[in-house]
Design a protein around this ligand. Structure first.
Ligand SMILES: NC(=O)c1ccc[n+]([C@@H]2O[C@H](COP(=O)([O-])OP(=O)(O)OC[C@H]3O[C@@H](n4cnc5c(N)ncnc54)[C@H](O)[C@@H]3O)[C@@H](O)[C@H]2O)c1
Length: 250
């Protein structure tokens, strides 16, 4: 039974990922500012209230999990926030908060876990990046930059901590979660679906499956890498251009 810590597992991708590991019999801890949206999951997931922007609180929580479980096998830094705003309108406080949670939140959580994993000689560090870190997407400049930063953290942690610690990040395209639904009108969703070769958004379970594979021994030779799970969204040159329709599929 592995001990798995996931940040932002009260909702969306994190919740589905926690459920995936818990279903496999792993002991799962959820670091989240908010209580779980699913109050009665099929398999228990322990919620520890923590803000990933607060390195001291995160370190305390991670060390507590390690002490209670006697081990720490997999850490998935998934918590993230976004604000839709143009580059001319971004407010300093918003940009700093997004960076604190999305990028420095990954660094702090990974550092706390990596110290324990380096000492024990093994562990896997995973994170949720995004296709937004791979190319420009309008109205999310600060968010996009944090996701590109996660890809850089993934590479650097691997170089410094191999072979004891493996790293990888998953870059989802559009995933139907509360985060997405809160910001997109039905029309925007349909427009986005039309620009994804798969013709739809991902289910959170499809991202959870990628994390589950990357954490497994079968992925033992994968480190420092990004796994893109985007239904082909970034495969072509035009699919990410805002408002450009994709021709019908053949
Ligand atoms: N939904 C998508 O289409 C999509 C695409 C690519 C990447 N992502 C990324 O996936 C991750 C999860 O997003 P989601 O769509 O499941 O969103 P979501 O809003 O459904 O879930 C995010 C969770 O993170 C928690 N959280 C937010 N700030 C936190 C903080 N400071 N400390 C601890 N927990 C915090 C929230 O309470 C929530 O439970 C994010 O990093 C997001 O950027 C999402």
């Amino acid at each position: 039974m592995r001990t798995v810590v996931i940040s932002g597992a009260s909702s969306g991708i994190g919740q589905a990922t926690a459920a995936r590991f818990a279903a496999a019999g792993d002991r799962v801890f959820n670091l989240d500012v908010a209580p779980p949206q699913d109050p009665a999951p099929a398999r228990p997931v322990t919620w520890l209230k923590a803000d990933t922007a607060d390195w001291t609180a995160v370190d305390r929580a991670v060390r507590q999990v390690h002490e209670d479980s006697g081990r720490l096998d997999v850490v998935i830094a998934n918590a993230g926030i976004s604000v839709r705003h143009g580059v001319l309108d971004i407010k300093e406080a918003d940009a700093r908060r997004i960076t604190d949670v999305n990028l420095l939140g990954v660094l702090g959580l990974w550092q706390s876990a990596a110290r324990l994993m380096a000492a024990s000689g093994e562990g896997v560090l995973l994170a949720t990046a995004s296709v937004n870190g791979r190319r420009g997407y309008p109205y999310y400049a600060d968010y996009n930059a944090t996701k590109a930063g996660i890809i850089a953290l993934t590479q650097t942690f691997a170089l410094e901590l191999s072979p004891a610690v493996r790293t990888a990040c998953v870059s989802p395209g559009g995933v139907l979660t509360p985060m997405q639904l809160a910001e997109y009108t039905d029309e925007m969703l349909a427009d986005t679906n039309a620009r994804i070769p798969a013709g739809r958004h991902a289910d959170p379970e499809e991202i959870a499956a990628a994390f589950f594979y990357l954490a497994s021994a079968e992925a033992g030779f994968i480190t420092g890498q990004e796994l893109v799970v985007d239904g082909g969204e970034t495969a072509g040159a035009t699919t990410s251009v805002h408002g450009t329709a994709v021709p019908a599929h053949h």
